[in-house]
Design a protein around this ligand. Structure first.
Ligand code: NAP
Ligand code: GLV
Length: 306
């Protein structure tokens, strides 16, 4: 069995050693142009040439939850695309989103500015029932985030493609319920996969449907958000702020107006990091199942793009 690695987050030797511990006879190597064709691949954002040189590839394990970078490529028809599911990312995403929501809800930015200015001043109390949070995408990560927000007793709405039932969460599904979902939400958390249906979904039309004083948290992909529309709605006062972890161009170019914007918090695509040990363990489990001819979770539906 030959396994090709491309762009593993940590050291390649960690992956080679970890795979050899289970399959000592396997040939595991970092891919470079001209490498021998592999049976399986473990990769993050490979180039087209990677697939062009692997005509017999049985499966590619994506080193992340989102497969949008892979879905842009021509992948051999028989190759199963398998993504990471949670693998330690869900708890990180819950931490990040709850932190952003709580910072805004409790007015912590204003307290920080006051503390720097040596000013003792209490903000008005915000009533929790006036602070409904809408989670777009109720998959592996969105579900964990919605549950964590419920732990802080926020009213939580969730929007998915097909209707879902989650305790104490108001569910909305499909394009026909999108506007009702937005109108019921003040804070919007985007945890959708990036597909043809979801790119640019956070535009002027949808963001203006959020309740007055809305707040946007994008932790999915930069191309969900129309940057100029967010800026216009912040300027108009309809939106109060945003926390953004992902951007159309990463790293965010130095001249981008998001940098230094007083109402925008920026982080460099770190809301949920790929963790080596968890990812290796999950991929080993899935590869063992595939080799036994058993079905595995997390196989991407190529027709719907996630
Ligand atoms: P997932 O389990 O596949 O969940 C995707 C959710 O989105 C599902 O609930 C799905 O609905 C919903 N959805 C998809 N297309 C839709 C549409 N057109 N309309 C309404 N709902 C739609 O994915 P996940 O593991 O939670 O990950 C979500 C995304 O997070 C990834 O794709 C990735 O881009 C992003 N991510 C970012 C980071 C970071 O560090 N910033 C880290 C990890 C992941 P159904 O349930 O009906 O299928
Ligand atoms: C990171 O962005 C991922 O998709 O896992």
């Amino acid at each position: 069995m030959r396994i090709a690695l491309y762009n593993p987050d940590g050291a390649a030797q960690f992956w080679i050693d970890g795979l050899h511990a289970v399959w000592p006879e396997a040939e595991v190597a970092l891919w470079s142009p001209g490498s021998p064709a592999a049976d399986f691949a473990i990769a993050w954002a490979p180039p087209q040439a990677f697939f062009d040189e692997q005509p017999g590839l049985q499966a590619v394990f994506n080193l992340g939850a989102g497969v949008d970078a892979l879905m842009r490529l021509r992948i051999p028809p028989q190759t199963q695309v398998v993504r990471l599911e949670d693998a330690g990312m869900a708890v990180q995403m819950a931490e990040y989103v709850c932190h952003a929501v709580l910072r805004h809800f409790r007015g912590l930015d204003a307290y920080e500015a006051d503390a720097r200015a040596g000013r003792w001043r209490k903000q008005d109390v915000v009533v929790r029932s006036d602070f409904p949070v809408g989670v777009m995408g109720l998959g592996v990560l969105g579900t964990r985030v919605a549950q964590a927000l419920r732990g802080f007793e926020f009213p939580v709405n969730a929007w998915s493609r097909q209707s879902k039932v989650l305790a104490d969460v108001r569910g909305f599904a499909g394009a026909e319920q999108l506007d009702a979902f937005l109108a019921a939400s003040k804070v919007l958390v985007c945890l959708l996969p990036l597909t043809v249906d979801t790119q640019n979904i956070l535009d002027h039309r949808s963001l203006s449907k959020l309740q007055q004083g809305g707040y946007v948290i994008n932790v999915a992909r930069g191309a969900h958000l129309v940057d100029a529309d967010l800026l216009a709605l912040l300027d108009s006062g309809h939106l109060a702020g945003a926390t953004l972890d992902v951007f159309r161009t990463e790293p965010l170019p130095s001249e981008h107006p998001f940098w230094g914007h007083p109402q925008i918090h920026i982080t460099p695509h770190i809301s949920a990091r790929t963790l080596d040990a968890e990812s290796l363990a999950q991929i080993i489990g899935k590869l063992q199942a595939l080799l036994r001819g058993q079905p595995v979770d997390g196989v991407v539906h190529r027709d719907r793009g996630y």
